[in-house]
Design a protein around this ligand. Structure first.
Ligand code: HEM
Length: 416
């Protein structure tokens, strides 16, 4: 792969052209970067997306991304985590845990961490299974005759949505609203949504969260909203704005990523029937490695940025205090010095060395990783049991984004 000539001067990672090219082309560019220029400077650019991108350094090797993620005193999150400029309309909703540095970050994370412990996640399992079974049964009723349907709308979006909404205490009747608003909220680069549409989605979620929070303050229940509304950080309760931003982070992180992982999973299993057979014939034995391999091959978040708190040298290149560094997870997950034959989808690939689709460790490592893994295992287990003939029948319609590896739709059918 690295041998195929790529002109790095003709590629800009923040250009929409790069994200409308084929995934194979992107993989070749990342391979060239890892081999020829693993610490590369990118100038600012009006990127073809609705927001201009600022200048940044691109780190593309696994080891460098790993080190940066685990050295937050130097690579901080508090200035920005985005390549693109954040307009005020959107920026007001984003100061939350993921954009904070310690000690604020640690304090906020402690507030919600109790909802995400392995024990807590295990306790959600029966509920997740019941929801997954219901989702697949409904699809069987509607499309069991082999009619094509949209896998994203009918299956992949359903379980993550219901899981995160139930954790937050959103009543069933409002789940579809949450889906619509959170889709808009994370799609400012989608021409059909734009900055105004995203801001409107964020505003609606924030208003909803504030109202729900008020109710839970009056009458607490067992949900995360009640925990957050009652919690005190250094003797003070979260303000309604702080709570709303927290709610937005959890809702969008909980929804978007796992939905896309499920969709990419079906596509990968359809494209590699041998791997599907290996997994489905010994489901429990390979579940942990298979769901990790789906995220390794298709990281759902393409990059996270950090800003330097002091000058550092990486591979002989000096990066100055205040400069921005983008950590490219899809490149790290294809790093041939870490993963043998990295292009191969292998449901039995060992989980160590750890793929970095959930982040490369450090304080911001994905809070929901264990929940996402559990959801993926449950949904594919129910597919295997109830609709083993379910396959993707088309190519995914991808959302053009440099931040998220999202799929708008994927046709599928249950082959009779
Ligand atoms: C396959 C699914 C998922 C993937 C690939 C994913 C990926 C990521 C990544 C790459 C990060 C940033 C790590 C870093 O900067 O070091 C992150 C952070 C985060 N994720 Fe996930 N995520 C997924 C599912 C979820 C779910 C289900 C939740 C549930 C609410 C969630 C909640 C969060 C939160 C709250 C953070 C910020 C943590 C912090 O700043 O301390 N994620 N995730």
């Amino acid at each position: 792969m690295a041998d195929i000539a790529i002109d790095l001067d003709a590629e800009h990672l923040a250009d929409s052209a790069f994200w409308t090219a084929t995934p194979e082309h992107r993989a070749r560019v990342f391979a060239a970067l890892r081999n020829e220029d693993p610490v590369r400077w990118y100038p600012p650019r009006r990127s073809g997306f609705s927001r201009p991108c600022t200048e940044f350094w691109a780190l593309t090797r696994y080891e460098d991304i790993w080190n940066a993620s685990r050295t937050p005193s130097v690579y901080c999150s508090g200035v920005t985590i985005d390549i693109e400029e954040m307009p005020d309309e959107l920026g007001e909703f984003y100061p939350s845990m993921i954009n904070f540095d310690d000690p604020e970050h640690a304090r906020m994370r402690r507030l919600v961490a109790s909802g995400f412990t392995p024990r807590q996640i295990a306790s959600y399992e029966p509920g997740l299974r019941a929801i997954a079974a219901e989702i697949i049964d409904q699809v069987l009723d509607k499309f069991g005759d082999g009619t094509e349907f949209d896998f994203v709308a009918e299956i992949a979006s359903r379980l993550p949505l219901r899981a995160i909404c139930s954790m937050l205490g959103v009543p069933d009747a409002d789940h579809d609203l949450m889906l619509q608003w959170s889709n808009d909220a994370v799609s400012p680069d989608d021409p059909g949504v734009g900055i105004d549409g995203a801001a409107s989605g964020l505003r609606r979620i924030a208003d909803y969260a504030i109202e729900l929070g008020r109710e839970r303050l009056r009458q607490p229940t067992e949900d995360l909203t009640s925990v957050l509304m009652q919690a005190e950080v250094e003797g003070e309760r979260l303000t309604s704005k702080e709570f709303a931003n927290f709610f937005i982070l959890l809702l969008s992180a909980g929804n978007e990523t796992t939905r896309n992982a499920t969709t990419h999973g079906l596509r990968l299993l359809t494209r590699h029937p041998d791997q599907r057979t290996i997994w489905f014939e010994n489901f429990e034995d390979h579940a942990a490695t298979a769901v990790e391999e789906i995220v390794r091959c298709e990281p759902l978040i393409s990059n996270m940025c950090r800003v330097l708190t002091r000058d550092v040298e990486v591979r002989g290149v000096t990066i100055r205090e205040g400069e921005k560094v983008a950590l490219w997870y899809p490149s790290a997950n294809l790093d041939e010095t870490v993963f043998p034959d990295p292009e191969r989808f292998d449901v039995r690939r060992p989980v160590s060395p750890q793929q970095v689709g959930y982040g490369a460790g450090g304080p911001h490592f994905c809070l929901g990783a264990n929940l996402a893994r559990r959801e993926l295992v449950v949904i594919f287990d129910e597919i295997r049991r109830r609709t083993p003939q379910l396959v993707a029948t088309g190519e995914p319609e991808r959302v053009v984004s440099m931040a998220l590896n999202s799929v708008r739709s994927l046709t599928a059918s249950i082959k009779p």
